[in-house]
Design a binder for this molecule. Sequence first.
Ligand code: AMP
Length: 496
Amino acid sequence: MSFADLGLSPKLLEAIAAAGYENPTPIQKEAIPPALKGSDVLGIAQTGTGKTASFTLPMIERLSKGRAKARMPRSLVLAPTRELAAQVAENFEKYGVNHKLSMALLIGGVSFGDQDAKLMRGVDVLIATPGRFIDQFERGKLLLNGIEVMVVDEADRMLDMGFIPDIEKIFKMTPITRQTLFFSATMPPEIQRITDQFLHNPIRVEVSRPATAATTITQNIVRVPGKDDKLKRAILRELLRQDDVKNGIIFCNRKSTVDVVAKSLQKHGFNARPIHGDLAQAFRTETLEKFRTDEVQFLVASDVAARGLDIPAVSHVFNYDVPIHADDYVHRIGRTGRAGRKGAAMMLVTPADGKHYDAILKTIGAEEIEALDFSKFFDENPVQESRSRGGRDAKGGKNAKDERGGSRRSSRRSGRKPEQSGDASETEVSQPEKSLETAAPEEVENAPQKSANRRDSHGSSRRRGGGDSRPSRRRDEAVVGLGDHVPAFLTREVAR
Ligand code: AMP
């Protein structure tokens, strides 16, 4: 099936060809025809599947007829993060080159003033993060009765970030006659409830998730005896030095850990950069660009920062921390082994991770993930405190034999002498990290879920005191400027 078979117009087909795409991806094949007909679509797909084009293409087609009126956007795309919103904007730019659609972007780091002017004139497409959108609405700058199409992208991430009450509110503010295109990688009950309530006879389109499809991903763990961060970093370095590691993303659960691990790797001569929500937007954009162009080999990332980003396939994913939500494991490892290429995912598992590790096994339907043999490494790198405590494995010793289970790769690697790991400079970055339980919520990118759920049941108390207590919003507001990455349409004059 070609793009032409999907019912797209010649102008769009030209833009698609110019983008270099030959055939539609499965989600595009299934979602575009009903979306073109005006049906609601519930797309269960995650980034990397081509889902963005599956809603931007039919939207461009629909919006090419008619024109926007002052303060009345004709369509609204809600994305959980600035990067995702900017990516959606770039998609509209790319596929809309032969159309004269006007666009505005309401995200942290893009000045309200410029976007205000565009909104005043009227835009065909408004792309926003939910918080920014509501702020703008509450300032009386928007009339929503002209919304013909509404898109919710990465809904499950919105749930994690505490945006679901906002999404509900926005659904209620937009005309019931709107067409809704709703995308989520997973369908937890809260998301199901929203789609049941606000979508009208949606066409459900599901493309397989990486963990089920990714026979190309080799998964391994390393059992770390004890909760010793210094040891974890030494093991990580050992993993990064494997011959077949071309590039990789190292996932940590906390932003503070991202910083510590990135700094440590840099000290040890690795070409690594951190990315998380507290870093300035310009730095994040630059880091991603450098990673894309192979100037940076390793990205040390938090889930929220990395989620949904269009990063080309990496050879390896390293889970420095066992993710707290099992679904995040699926998202993380889905960063490798894309498009039929081979990929490897490795995870450090400490005895304290038992519960979360078990949840991951359940999610991916595995009895066990094969443990790499690090016995020689441990022999050569005596672990002071944690090892003397007995070196139990992550499941309390049950799988101790796995440590000796034998991986060709790790046995080969573990022949290195300790000094070659360059541990000397470790002390400078080995400040103790707070445990997850004691860390401030904003330090834990996954933590908003708990507070978000609490907010769910207590309504919109977040507005009290004039502030906005959403951690994700704080991240938004901490940032100024999109750096070099300002989408071109933002700098263009609106000529309407
Ligand atoms: P997405 O899932 O929307 O984040 O898209 C993932 C990547 O696939 C992006 O780099 C898109 O530009 C690319 N892409 C989207 N559609 C196609 C297609 N039909 N053929 C090849 N690449 C595509």
